[in-house]
Design a protein around this ligand. Sequence first.
Ligand code: SF4
Length: 364
Amino acid sequence: MGTLDGMTAVRPAISDVSDAALLAWLAKRGEPAYRAKQIRRHATRGTAAGFGELTDLPKPLREALAASFRWTSVELVREDASADGETRKALLRLADGHHIETVLMPHHGARNAVCVSTQAGCPMACAFCATGEMGLVRNLTAGEIVDQTRHWQRELAQRGDRVSHVVYMGMGEPFNNYDATLASTRTLVDPEAFGISPRRLTISTCGVVPGIDQLAGEGLPINLAVSLHAPDDPTRARIMPINRKWGVEEVLAAAARYVKRTKRRVTFEYVLLAGVNDSAETARELAALITRHGPTKDSHVNLIPYNPGAGGFRRPSVERMEHFAEVLQEQGIAATLRISKGQDIAAGCGQLKVAEGKAQLLPI
Ligand code: SF4
């Protein structure tokens, strides 16, 4: 990915230019409409680092593009890798100087999942979440969301590989920035752009019920993940303020409606916090809640060991976490527990933080 060519530039980034605007821009210069597809393909394929490298376009057009648009809306500040070297996390700077994070999670050479942020910071204030401590800085544009995927696509393209999956589990609540989030999914699934199947996209919400219902009506079979983290209102409200607006039963009912309309399974994200939500009794309550709201085959629980930091909670012992998973499984609920470190950071939101003013990455 190229660099931001001028932090104060007002030129829009190419990912934030709509098809209609790009076509109009080309028409004004007497360029044929097919150039728009050419430019989009170049921008998403990842092999070029700037307009200057689009050598199948006439030079004057390349120069005019560079004078009118920025190649990308994000600039790499720093990149870290997990201990096994697999998972990588990038700190990116936006044109206005704010920072966001994005993660690449390769999986045994079979897939390359990218985790994207939808907001700089997050206003939802979940008690265990590093991003929540920042508060909301601002919503990202659709282009800024897409450009996180482009960042990794550029890296992967150097070795003949590509992004295969995108999960919206980075900083922010995607449904608080619904239009930009949805617009970014349209670019990701567009065959002329990334061409990723909607079945390979996952949007994770902390339980914004209207957002779940709205996405269900979009006609896109995108996977839904719901950050649940507790099966009862008092516990959930204690660690997730949003529960005061939409309680556990409402969230589960919305998830069931989503499954019914889209025929996709839903994943319930569950961060295990010692002494808070990790008892065998809580696991049984969770299983009963899920069973009450629909066929258990339609859902899956992703158990995430708490990453010590925000909120001052403790991570349960491995035995306790494994027992929690076993209880769920005994009750017929599919549950996975990933203890490897690199997976933790992006298995659910809440693990990313950028200290505004002093950009930093939390260790993977
Ligand atoms: S867990 Fe997700 S929704 Fe909650 S504060 Fe963190 S980023 Fe926001």
